[in-house]
Design a protein around this ligand. Structure first.
Ligand code: UFG
Length: 329
């Protein structure tokens, strides 16, 4: 049985469904502070907070766990600047408890949800795994520290791990079973779709004075189901004994500016919406684009969604289903 922490969240729930589709037995552990229990399909579910070691121990003592996929964490860059301690407690503290319970239960495999945020503001594009790690916010610092906890846990105790550094996750399950549902929402694509549905008056564009072709930030948008596939390939690599302690970037390898995403959203939905230009959002680098060559080579990762319109189309289908009736605040 596989344990998915944060399995009721955006990326975690796609991995849960991907594993269930492949006939794997899945237990989701989530404190539901951000996640939604209705998104975990037919997986077993335990409400549990990773900050409480006794709770985590209980779950690992109760079920025969063969491997962990660890998504549970706080993940808002701005939030991490104003309240870093919550990030230390949730992300680092939660992972410490998970590793403690894994050691006690003899669980030796973990796939970890890391982030492009470990790199900070690199100068060389596309970003390769060897690029300097210089996070510019506590969120990225917690992800980087957890990667080194995992490396030390491999060296000292033999816990095998894969850290997956995602760039900008986007889109939704093509079958419409799960998708992005954050409260509050801070991400570009769902906020643009909110503007399409008239749930916000305008989409705010943070800065048009960046050194890019149209002045807005460039990001690498990768489909969440492709991310899910990479997790499953990483897990299988660990199970076959092919991987020890590794880290891989996951992106599409192509950058899109905020205005290019706006125009893709307009073309996919067939609807216009107003924009409001404001100053830069603190901590946003101008350009982040991944090289995922290592994941392609070593995990055999092949993306199913390389076209930005197709990615946005899956997000749009989900967004209408989930929010049209007015669930959005
Ligand atoms: N943006 C806007 N308006 C909005 C929201 C976003 O202009 O209303 C812009 C941002 O400035 C940024 C781009 O759209 O240039 C993408 O922003 P998102 O908030 O969607 O995503 P981020 O690139 O900020 O964040 C992602 C992940 C984080 C991770 C970070 C690493 O979601 O978890 O990359 O840099 F930490």
């Amino acid at each position: 049985m596989l344990l998915i922490t944060g399995g009721a969240g955006y990326i975690g729930s796609h991995v849960v469904l991907g594993l269930l589709d492949r006939g794997r037995e899945v237990l989701v552990l989530d404190n539901l502070s951000r996640g939604h229990e209705d998104l975990v399909g037919k997986a077993l579910f335990e409400e549990c907070d990773l900050r409480d070691l006794a709770q985590v121990r209980k779950v690992l003592g109760k079920y025969p766990i063969d491997g962990v996929l660890h998504f549970a964490s706080l993940s808002l860059v701005g939030d991490s600047m104003s309240d870093p301690h919550s990030y230390y407690r949730n992300n680092i503290g939660g992972t410490m408890n998970m590793i403690t319970a894994m050691l006690e239960a003899g669980v030796e495999r973990i796939v970890f949800s890391s982030s492009a945020a470990v790199y900070g503001e690199p100068r060389v594009m596309p970003i390769r795994e060897e690029a300097p790690k210089a996070p510019t916010n506590p969120y990225g610092e917690t992800k980087l520290f957890i990667e080194s906890m995992l490396r030390r846990s491999f060296e000292a105790y033999g816990i095998k791990s894969v850290s997956l550094r995602y760039f900008n996750a986007a889109g939704a399950d093509p079958k419409g079973r799960t998708g992005e549902d954050h409260h509050p929402e801070t991400h570009l694509v769902p906020l643009a779709l909110d503007a399409v549905l008239g749930k916000v008056e305008a989409l705010t564009v943070y800065g048009n004075d960046y050194p890019t072709h149209d002045g807005t930030c460039i990001r690498d948008y990768v489909h969440v189901s492709d991310l899910a596939d990479a997790h499953i390939e990483a897990l299988e690599g660990l199970e076959k004994g092919n991987l020890g302690c590794e880290a891989f970037n996951l992106g599409n390898g192509k950058g899109f500016s905020v205005l290019e995403i706006v125009s893709a959203v307009r073309s996919v939905t067939g609807r216009g919406f107003p924009l409001k230009f404001t100053s830069r959002r603190p901590g946003d680098p101008a350009v982040l684009v991944a090289s995922s060559a290592r994941a392609e080579r070593e995990l055999g990762w092949k993306r199913r969604f390389t076209d930005i319109d197709e990615i946005i189309e899956t997000a749009w289908r989900w967004h209408q289903k989930r929010f049209k009736g007015g669930r959005r605040p």
